[in-house]
Design a protein around this ligand. Structure first.
Ligand code: TEU
Length: 556
C-alpha cells in the first residue's frame, strides 16, 4: 500500500460549483454523489473535496467555523458518509481539505479568544498591541506592515480590547497561533476524528504558513502578494510541526494521501517536506509554474515564455527525482482555466486542452485534474465587476480603483487571473443552467456550455474527456509513466515542449506544440523516434511534425 499514490490521479471538486441537487443554485454533496459515474468513467483514483464545513462563506468555505460538521448548504454529515461509502464502493478514495492556518472569525475558538485579554484561548490566535508609540486605530498603528492577500492590512483592530489580530487572508480568517501546543493538539484531534470516520487523507491549505517568527518583524517589501511572508513562509518550526502532525495523526494508518499547499515553497524545502524518511508529507503543491506569467503581483500580466515553463518544471522534476515526489497541476479553484491561460481556447481549444493534458500527465508525479478541465472548460466572459463573486477579486478591484487605476485595466487583469474563472458551474449539458442546477446559479454559467459540456464530451470519442481517460489509463498500466526517469529535451525551443521518460528498456518521447503553427520537433535520434509506436495523439504523416497545439506520446 505504501506510495500507492505514485500511480494515482486525483480529481478536485469545488463543491459550490459541481452539481446542485436541491435547486438552491449552490452545489452540494448529494449532487456530487449523483455524479460519481463521471469520475468512475474518467478512471480517477482519488477525489479531493474543497471545504464543505460550516462557514460564513466569506472566502467560499476556506473560512471554517466548525471543523467537524457539514454546512447545511452542502448537506449533512450523513450525506458525507454516503459520498464516502459510494466512493469506496467504486474503489476511489476521499481526501478532505484541511484549513488550519486560520479559522473563521465565527469559529467558537476565535469567539472565545476575542472575549477578552484574559480569555483562556487568547493565545490561540495572534493578538498584538498597536505599534510602539501609536494609538490603536491610528493610520499605520498596525503591529506590523504586513498586507493581507485579499488587500488592506493583515491586522484587524478589536476595539473592545484595543488589540489587533493577524489575518493573512480576509479579516474573517484570523490566523491560528501554532506556537501554542493546545492549538496543535486540537487540530490533531480533529484530524484523527476525520480519519476514524474513514476519509483517506488531507490537502492542507497554505500549510507552509503555520510557523511564524514569533517576533513578527516588519516586511521588507509591502508590494508583494504575501508581504511579510519572509516571516511566515516555511517559518522556523514548520518541519517540527509537520513531523509532529505525522507522529500524532498519520503514523500507523495505511493508504493515506497528504499534500501540502505551499505558496512560495522552494525546491530545497520541498525536498525536505516530501522525503519519506523524514515522515512529513507525501507531496506538496508548489507555485513556481503558475507565477511565470505574472509580475510582482498576480494582477500584473506578462506573456509566458515556454522556455521559462520548461526550465521551472524541469528543475522540479530533476530536484525531486531521487528524493521526494511531485504533484502536477495546471489549474485548481484559485487559478484561471488552463486552456485559456496556457494555450488556445478558441479555434484550437480541443487540441490545445488535450496537448496540455498530455504534457502534464506524462511528467513524473501525481497529476491533479480540476473539475471541468477534462472537458476543456474555459475562462468566463465576465462583463463587469457585478459578475464576479470572489472576495480576492472584489477587494482588489475596490482598492485599485480607489487608488486611481483605470477600472477597465483592473477588469482586464481580473478577467485573465481572477479565481471566478475556475468557479463557474460545471458544464454537464447544453440545457439553460448547464445541468448544474434547476435554480439560479450562484455564479453565472459560461455561455459556451451549449457546446462544451460533459454529455457531448462523453458521446464524442475524440473529446478532451476521452483523452484524459486514456492518459489516466496509461498511468495505471504503463510503469514508465509513473516510475520512469525524466529528461527534458529541446530546453531552448520556444514552441515545443519535449521530454523523454525511461524505465528499463522502455522509453517514451512526449511532445507538445505550444504554438498555433505547425512545428518540427528537432529531437535527437530522429530515425528511432520516426519508427516508434504512437501511444497518444493523432497519427500525422511524420510523428515529429506537430500541427497547431498538437501533442503526442511515442514509445520506443
Ligand atoms: O490559497 C492560497 C493561495 O496562496 C492562493 O492560491 C490564493 O488563492 C491567493 O489568493 C493567491 O492569489 C488557499 C486556498 O486554495 C484559497 O482558495 C484560499 O482563499 C486561501 O488558501 C485561504 O484559505
Amino acid at each position: 500500500m505504501s506510495e500507492w499514490w505514485k500511480t494515482a490521479v486525483v480529481y478536485q471538486i469545488y463543491p459550490r460549483s459541481f452539481a446542485d441537487a436541491d435547486g438552491d443554485g449552490i452545489g452540494d454533496l448529494p449532487g456530487i454523489t449523483a455524479r460519481l459515474d463521471h469520475l468512475a468513467a474518467l478512471g480517477v483514483d482519488v477525489l479531493w473535496l474543497s471545504p464543505i464545513y460550516p462557514s460564513p462563506q466569506d472566502d467560499a468555505g476556506y473560512d471554517i467555523s466548525d471543523y467537524q460538521d457539514v454546512d447545511p448548504t452542502f448537506g449533512s454529515l450523513a450525506d458525507l458518509d454516503r459520498l464516502l461509502f459510494e466512493l469506496h464502493a467504486r474503489g476511489m478514495k476521499l481526501v478532505m481539505d484541511l484549513v488550519v492556518n486560520h479559522t473563521s472569525d465565527e469559529h467558537p475558538w476565535f469567539a472565545e479568544s476575542r472575549s477578552g485579554r484574559a480569555s483562556a484561548k487568547r493565545d490561540w490566535y495572534w493578538w498584538r498591541p498597536p505599534r510602539a508609540g501609536m494609538r490603536e486605530g491610528d493610520p499605520g498603528a498596525e503591529p506590523t506592515n504586513w498586507r493581507s492577500a485579499f488587500s488592506g492590512p493583515a491586522w484587524e483592530l478589536d476595539p473592545a480590547s484595543g488589540e489587533y489580530y493577524l489575518h493573512i487572508f480576509s479579516r474573517k480568517q484570523p490566523d491560528l497561533n501554532w506556537e501554542n501546543p493546545e492549538v496543535r493538539e486540537a487540530v490533531y484531534a480533529m484530524m484523527r476524528w476525520w480519519l476514524d470516520r474513514g476519509v483517506d487523507g488531507f490537502r492542507m491549505d497554505v500549510i507552509n504558513f503555520i510557523s511564524k517568527d514569533p517576533a513578527l518583524p516588519d516586511a521588507h517589501d509591502t508590494g508583494a502578494l504575501f508581504s511579510g511572508s519572509e516571516h511566515y513562509i516555511c517559518g522556523p518550526r514548520i518541519h517540527e510541526f509537520l513531523a509532529e502532525m505525522h507522529r500524532e495523526v498519520l503514523a500507523g494508518r495505511d493508504g493515506l494521501l497528504t499534500v501540502g499547499e505551499m505558496p512560495g515553497v522552494t525546491l530545497e524545502e520541498a525536498r525536505l517536506f516530501t522525503d519519506p524518511a523524514r515522515r512529513e508529507l507525501d507531496m506538496v503543491f508548489q507555485f513556481e509554474h503558475v507565477q511565470l506569467d505574472q509580475g510582482a503581483s498576480k494582477w500584473e500580466l506578462r506573456p509566458l515564455q515556454l522556455t521559462d515553463l520548461k526550465a521551472s518544471l524541469g528543475r522540479w522534476q530533476a530536484g525531486l527525482a531521487e528524493v521526494g515526489w511531485n504533484s502536477l497541476y495546471w489549474g485548481n479553484h484559485d487559478q484561471p482555466r488552463a486552456v485559456s491561460r496556457f494555450a488556445d481556447d478558441g479555434e484550437h481549444r480541443v487540441r490545445a486542452a488535450k496537448m496540455l493534458a498530455t504534457v502534464l500527465h506524462m511528467h513524473r508525479g501525481t497529476p491533479y485534474v480540476y473539475q471541468g478541465e477534462e472537458l476543456g472548460m474555459t475562462n468566463a466572459p465576465f462583463a463587469g465587476v457585478e459578475d464576479l463573486r470572489d472576495i480576492e477579486s472584489l477587494n482588489h478591484y475596490a482598492e485599485a480603483v480607489a487608488a486611481g487605476e483605470d477600472p477597465e485595466h483592473v477588469l482586464a487583469s481580473l478577467r485573465a487571473m481572477g479565481r471566478d474563472n475556475a468557479r463557474t458551474p460545471m458544464q454537464w449539458d447544453g440545457s439553460p443552467h448547464a445541468g448544474f442546477t434547476t435554480g439560479t446559479p450562484w455564479l453565472g454559467v459560461n455561455p459556451n456550455h451549449v457546446e462544451i459540456n460533459a454529455e457531448a464530451a462523453r458521446a464524442d470519442p475524440g473529446s478532451v474527456f476521452h483523452h484524459y481517460r486514456r492518459l489516466i489509463e496509461l498511468r495505471h498500466t504503463l510503469p514508465v509513466v509513473a516510475h520512469g526517469d525524466f529528461t527534458m529535451r529541446m530546453a531552448h525551443d520556444e514552441r515545443v515542449y519535449a521530454f523523454t521518460r525511461r524505465l528499463g528498456d522502455v522509453e517514451l518521447l512526449v511532445l507538445g506544440n505550444f504554438s498555433g503553427d505547425p512545428v518540427v520537433a528537432k529531437v535527437p535520434e530522429v530515425e528511432r523516434w520516426r519508427a516508434a509506436e504512437l501511444l497518444v495523439g493523432d497519427p500525422g504523416d511524420d510523428p515529429l511534425v506537430l500541427g497547431p497545439w498538437e501533442g503526442r506520446v511515442l514509445r520506443a
